[in-house]
Design a protein around this ligand. Sequence first.
Ligand SMILES: NC(=O)c1ccc[n+]([C@@H]2O[C@H](COP(=O)([O-])OP(=O)(O)OC[C@H]3O[C@@H](n4cnc5c(N)ncnc54)[C@H](O)[C@@H]3O)[C@@H](O)[C@H]2O)c1
Length: 236
Amino acid sequence: MFELTDKVALVTGAARGLGQAIALKLAAAGADLALCDLNAEWAEETAAQVKALGRRAECYGVNVAEGESVTAGVKAIEKDFGKIDILVNNAGITKDGLLIRMSEDDWDAVLNVNLKGTFLCTKAVMRGMMKKRSGAIVNIASVIGLMGNAGQANYAASKGGVISFSKTVAKELSSRNVRCNAVAPGFIRTPMTDALGEDVQNKMKELIPLSRFGEPEDVANVVLFLASDASAYVTG
Ligand SMILES: NC(=O)c1ccc[n+]([C@@H]2O[C@H](COP(=O)([O-])OP(=O)(O)OC[C@H]3O[C@@H](n4cnc5c(N)ncnc54)[C@H](O)[C@@H]3O)[C@@H](O)[C@H]2O)c1
């Protein structure tokens, strides 16, 4: 049911953290992987692990916040692999600070990677998916995009945007059998959350029913479901 043999998956931000775990989970289900990150070399470690699972992996240097970079990357992937069946918009950044001190640059940087990057990558792959009348797009949002968080106005706005963007893409592409969904993870143990102070981490754990952070694989399991035919009736 979670079979992805002969599928080609593009994962952004695939060098580490959730992106790496997602890439490995999709590869274990049989997919070949186009691994995108700011620098192609950063994704080599993920590529080596995908290859060890017996699947094909190629690395691409793509800045998801820049239209030309995304267009060139997707063009190269479609040439190398012949198609893209699954897109996982995972690349994301934080630049935290209370709103009163938040600079315009920090606002723009986060919105550009998290929200505009999701728009650019989706737009670049959707034509190919619409043509072959199948595709699955999975956008990594965040629980912060649903509930807000002091010190993360830019991040919360970007992830709230990703959720409403995903619902809209689902509506626009459903007639072509292209599905689009968003995952809103809680707090997951990655380099992004490792960077937070211990007191912040402990405060977060108080909000979590299981009283611990999730692991990247917990999110990857949900992405696998949404990328596979097991979720054929789930979109938006
Ligand atoms: N870790 C968590 O607790 C958590 C919770 C909810 C949502 N998320 C989301 O999950 C996604 C992955 O988070 P993570 O914790 O693995 O982060 P991470 O910082 O560990 O990894 C992010 C990856 O994205 C890449 N990246 C950054 N900017 C990019 C750009 N402009 N173009 C291409 N690649 C770029 C980085 O090089 C890095 O490899 C993000 O969208 C994040 O917002 C994370």
